[in-house]
Write a protein that binds this ligand. Structure first.
Ligand SMILES: Nc1ncnc2c1ncn2[C@@H]1O[C@H](COP(=O)(O)OP(=O)(O)O)[C@@H](O)[C@H]1O
Ligand SMILES: [Mg+2]
Length: 303
């Protein structure tokens, strides 16, 4: 059987060649400067080597080879057999079908995140994203949000720094055929960040995906399931959620990749608004989610 090219989850980001028959995946890092490409390959290789030591709840691919091919860094890793991605399961299956896999992924990533470096710092990565993306997408933000995001960035305090996956969205979680079995892939953004970055990414991206598919009401159950893994500081969780929400005000939304932008942009504004409120007065994630569902699910879904 010929290897197939995987549909990239980004535009012209990586070339991923999948060969299930031989059990291998070849990833060629195709975007950014040669230095950045090499950094991402090394980050992914390091993660696949380190992470299995921290927890065995979920699978990750094994590294088989890494090399530079015509200036392009390439990582060869083992193919993980799977039935579908968590993104497909969330959008195409009945509510709750994939919840044990989702919880296992969250537990697994939380175990990785708890391997802090016993180091406290202002999360520079989050601070930069809040500043850059609020400027970049100022035109899409509701009145007053730009100033609040800038103030949040300026006021971020020191927090425990942890090992994080960096792109923990449902597309990067593969489901096995055993109930609850999951593998986490795409570790090229593996790096030190504030500890709740990954779970905030998972919740934010999942709820956006559900909203885009007219299933936002299912987000409350997911929020309850993720609540134990929010990390020690709820304020920092919601600061991270604000950052992840801003990043999603992306050209992809404008191109309609999440459905009608006229529906998605108000939802993103609502999630940003609620996250900023929750930084000041933290609430449990399930309550946070229920409030958003009340405001944004009804109209579109009852139609
Ligand atoms: N080890 C693997 N086993 C099975 N499928 C994989 C594996 N690695 C990648 N894939 C498939 O290739 C796609 C793209 O790989 P990924 O590492 O997520 O790259 P990208 O950065 O382009 O998202 C994934 O969404 C998945 O469908
Ligand atoms: Mg991916």
């Amino acid at each position: 059987m010929n290897p197939v090219l995987a549909p990239s989850t980004h535009h012209a980001y990586n070339d991923v060649e999948i060969d299930p028959a031989r059990g291998i995946v070849r990833k060629r890092y195709a975007q950014g400067s040669p230095v950045e490409r090499r950094r991402r390959m090394l980050a992914e290789r390091t993660a696949l080597e380190e992470v299995p030591m921290y927890s065995s709840i979920c699978a990750v691919p094994h590294v088989l080879d890494s090399r530079i091919e015509n200036d392009n860094p390439v990582l060869v890793s083992s193919y993980v057999p799977h039935t579908e991605t968590l993104a497909e399961a969330l959008t195409e299956r009945p509510a709750g079908t994939s919840s044990s896999a989702l919880v296992n992924s969250a537990r697994f990533i939380h175990a990785v995140n708890k391997r802090t470096n016993s180091r406290y710092a202002v999360p520079a990565d989050l601070q930069q994203k809040l500043r850059d993306y609020s400027s970049k997408f100022e035109g899409s933000l509701e009145e007053g949000l730009y100033g609040r995001v800038q103030a949040l960035a300026d006021g971020l305090s020191r927090t425990p720094i942890a090992k994080t996956h960096g792109d923990l969205k449902p597309l990067n979680i593969l489901l096995g055929d055993k109930d609850g079995s999951a593998a986490v892939i795409d570790w090229e953004h593996y790096n030190d960040r504030s500890e709740s970055y990954d779970i905030a990414t998972l919740y934010g991206n999942t709820s956006l995906l559900l909203h885009a598919n007219g299933k936002l009401h299912e987000a409350v159950g997911i929020a309850s399931a993720l609540e134990p893994y929010m990390g020690a500081s709820a304020e920092m969780f919601y600061a991270n959620l604000a950052g992840r929400t801003l990043v999603e005000f992306s050209p992809a939304v404008g191109r309609g990749e999440y459905g009608d932008p006229a529906r998605v942009v108000p939802y993103l504004n609502g999630m940003l608004h609620a996250s900023l409120d929750a930084v000041e007065r933290p609430v449990p994630l399930s309550r946070f989610s229920a409030t958003l569902v009340d405001r944004y699910a009804g109209l579109a879904e009852r139609r």
